[in-house]
Design a protein around this ligand. Sequence first.
Ligand code: MG
Length: 389
Amino acid sequence: MSELMVALVQASEKAANIARSCRQEETLFSLLIEEKKNDNRKVSADFKTLADVLVQEVIKHDIGKRFPGLENNIFGEETNEFMNGLGERIQVVVCEREEDTARLLSKVLDGNMQAAEALASAAHQDIIIPNLHTGSIHIPIHDLGVWVDPIDSTFQYIKGMSNCVPEDSIYSRGLQCVTVLIGVYDLQTGEPVMGVINQPFAVMDDSKRWRGRFFWGISAGPLSVNSLSSTTEPLSRGDSQNPVDPNPEVRAAKLSAVLSTREVKRVRALFQDCCERGVYYASGAGYKALCVILGLVDVYVFTEDSTYKWDSCGPHAILRSLGGDMADLKECLKRKQAGRPNERPELLYNTPVAEASGTEKWANRGGLIAYRSKADLEAVLQLLTTIEL
Ligand SMILES: [Mg+2]
C-alpha cells in the first residue's frame, strides 16, 4: 500500500506541474478560462479551467494505470467535458501517447498546438519521488475510494497574485492558497485513510519561478505515519506552549483559529473577541486545513455548508495521522447540547446528503472543524454554544 501513497504523491506533483505551467503563460491562461455554470451557488467567482479538468484526468489516468480498477472509484467535482471557442464539446482525457493527448488538447485550445504540446508534455512527464518511508499497510484496493480536488481555491489560482504578504506565516490570499488535494477513504466505513496536500506555489525563488511542496499522511487502523516530522516547518505553536486547561472557556481564550473569508459575521466577531492568540482569514479549504496541519493555528472552523468531500478528505487523513481530526461541526454541537460528550462525529466520505442533487450531494452540510487536539475541539464547541448558529 505504500506504493499507492507514492502514486498519489506522484500524481499530485504532476498536477502541480500542470498548474504551474498553465500560470506561466498568460495567453494560454486567458484562453483556458471558462466561467463555471451557476451551480456553485455560494462561490460567485469560481472558474472552471482546462487545468482543473486536465489535472483531474491525469490523476485518474496515472492511478488507474498503477492500480487497475481504482480509477472507477476516483471522484471529484469536475466533469471532463470542456467547451472550446467554437462551442464544441470535447471530452478531455489523457491518452496513452503524448502526441495523442496533445492533438486532443489542441481541439480544446482552438488549434493552438504549441500550448497543447506544452500541456501534454507536463501531463506525460515522469515524476520521480524519493522513498516516502510509509511503512507497510495492507488495505485491499477494492475497498478504497478517492476524492480529488484538482485545484482548490480556483479563484486565487485565476487571480494569480504572487506578491501577497503573510501574517504570521499565513497567507490570506494569493497563489500560496492554491492546493491540489487527494484523499483516499474506506468505501465501507467512509473513514479517510490517506491524504496528500500539494501546494504548487509555495515559494518563489530568486529567478522568479515558483517552487511547490507536498505533505502526506496515512491513518489506517493502528498505523499513523506522515511527512510532517521531516519538514523544516516551525513546530506546532499549539500544545507545547498551550497546556491543556480543563476549563473550555479558558482554553478558548488561548486558541488561534483560521476562518473562511466567507464566514458569517457573528462567528467572526465571536472568535475575534475570544481568541487571544489570533484569528486569521485565508482562502481555500485545503490551505486552511494545511495551516492547522503545520501548527500555524490550532483550529480551522467553518459554520457554512459550502465545502465538499473533495475539499476535506485529503487534509482530514493527514490530520488523523497527527492525532487530530475533522468533525461535523453542527452534529458535534447537537451532541454536546444533548449531553453526549463522547459523541463527536467526524466527517465521512461515502454517504451523500439525502435529498440533495448534483454537487450538493457531497457538501459537508454541518460545516466543519479541523483540529489537532481534542481539547481545542471542546473549546470551540463551548464557544459556539454562546451564539445562535
Ligand atoms: Mg475546492
